[in-house]
Design a protein around this ligand. Sequence first.
Ligand SMILES: [Zn+2]
Length: 704
Amino acid sequence: MKQSRRSQYLAAAVCAALGFAVAPAGEADGTAPVSSGPPLDVYNNFGFPMGFDVSKMDTSADPRQNFQRYAAGKWLDTATLPGDLGNLDAIGLVNKQVERRVASLLVDAAAASPSAKKGTPLQQVGDLYAAGMNVERLESLGVKPLQPEWERIAKIEGRKALAEEMARLTLLTNHPVFLDVSVSLEIRDPTRYVVSVIDPELTLPAREDYLEADLAPVRAAYVQTITDSLVLAGVPAEQAKARAAKVLAIETRIAGKKLTEEQKRDFNATYQTRSYADIKAALSNLDLDAYFQALGLPTGGDLMVSEVDAMKERNAVLAEYPLSDIKDYLQWEALRLMSPYLSPALVDAQAPLTRALTGQAELPKREQVVANAVANTLGHDLGQLYVERYFPAQSRSDAEALLNDVRAEFRLRLEQNTWLTPSTKAYALEKFDKIKIVVGYPDKWIDYSSVDVQRDDYFGDVTRLNEFAVRRALARLGTPPAPDAFSNPKNSLPTVVNAGYSPDMNGIEIPAAILQPPFYDPKADAGVNYCTLGAVIGHELTHSLDWMGRLFDANGALRDWWTPADVAAFDERSKNLINQGNAYEVLPGVHLNGQLSAGENLADIGGLMLGYSALETHLKANPQDDRKIDGLTPEQRCFLAWSQIWAEKIQPELLRTYAATNPHPPGAYRMVAPPSNQQAFYDAFGIRAGDKMWVDPKDRVTMW
Ligand SMILES: [Zn+2]
């Protein structure tokens, strides 16, 4: 449901329920066992079953004192973090399963594509993968495919040519270059498309990475990566070093004017309508007319904008730096964005930065890098092949039945709600009933068949696919809304292990890849399924009515429909939540940001509560299911299954990055915080005042 970059930005900011997708990585040979690794590894969950299982528990631990260990102590003791990952939890484990499936799919497609009909998913996916895996050819070409672009940049004279080149690079890379100009649904009126001008994200993930003294090692690693990459592209070493320092200096200036993660969550302040003339004046050193014309967009009228202060800083940079520096900067951007499609040595050059940001020792293997490229450019072709082979129709209907139970539970709670004002409550129900939930894959796939994908032209293939994607989005201006379901490579492709609520669509997407153990297990008991997939669905549903959801109406328009009294009641009820978050120490001296993580924590608490309530309703209607399994009641299995999906191994570097940028709290916290806000959890395990897991009722959070 997120076809535009603006929407992608929203989705990333809002949720994607389960968190930032773990950077996918891994073995590509879909069938052979890993020859160098130990016999039990990440691909077979270190010998544990994928679904909920008592063998992962440490039953010598006391659930009343240390629930994390009780729930998953054996798994935590046994699992090891693969070198190519910064963290590993159930999402990461399922990712590995999906990666292996996708890998075997890609290998098969590459073998079959030479005889497949031109323009079919099989031909395009197979030939693109084969092109990316032709390492010998890519090595022999080096940076040659990028050379014409570098030469064009070098020849730029004047502002018009500069703006045209920025627009051109946006088309080639499907990524904003210096400025983010695109066509998006108008955030306050999603019945129409508008042109948006947004200050693009910088390369380092958090503005703090540029600004805070103790993050100097991250910046040093970034400079190293830029220098190494430029040297590989033929720039003399001394010059490369100087250029890298300038890139960092320019981006640091802009970072100083960017919004904080918390500020970005205030959509009303973040997204504004400004006239074209206003923005043209703010960007007086850029030829905005030329930029727009190069993308085929009309100049004039109103624009949807975000982060104008940062844009003004970019404008100042354009005035203060000589054109030659700006050209160097554009050459670096072109190289950075296209290096995955050039010599593999350029991908390796990213190692210092990846290590500094995530702590992972190894980069993803070539097969995985190429698989990611296929997902990014031909996501729906890949999705079709995946669904055909791996997603049984039964999974779709099973998930739909479960989500209807959870949905009914939430509606009942809303009807019985006592703290919303009557008019807000009435609209909440109206909005709730309009939430569109889609499961597995889209009804209509994106058709890439007009794009020429050749087996021996990786760089050309990707640039053609990028241009297709950008032009397709730009062409929407003036047409009725027609969002693509399951189309965000990070959050919602059918091959992504995630689920997400999009407030601008008032819709939830549950991709095919998450509908497998431990999130959904057709063989598991109700206690387990309601508190894993059921809780995930509940989590997403609560997003429709939380800090973010309340800002968007039933049709997805940005319109705060709460009264001040509702906001006050909500804030009062969330105070404990923010206090709980702030009190939690992620690393020695590094605390969770209670405010930043409040939305996700609240969704976890609400989601688990809804999953649990739906379970109780189910058990009443199906008394035969109300029995002990492995000596555990359905209620105990519910909380244990929840906790097991969040058991996580993580590198401290990534924990630090997440604490600053990720609204999702770390796994160790998610394992226990949502249960410990529910009385049912204490009842299930006999936890009493004085026990370590006990949270006093006055400090707990109950929202829904
Ligand atoms: Zn969420």
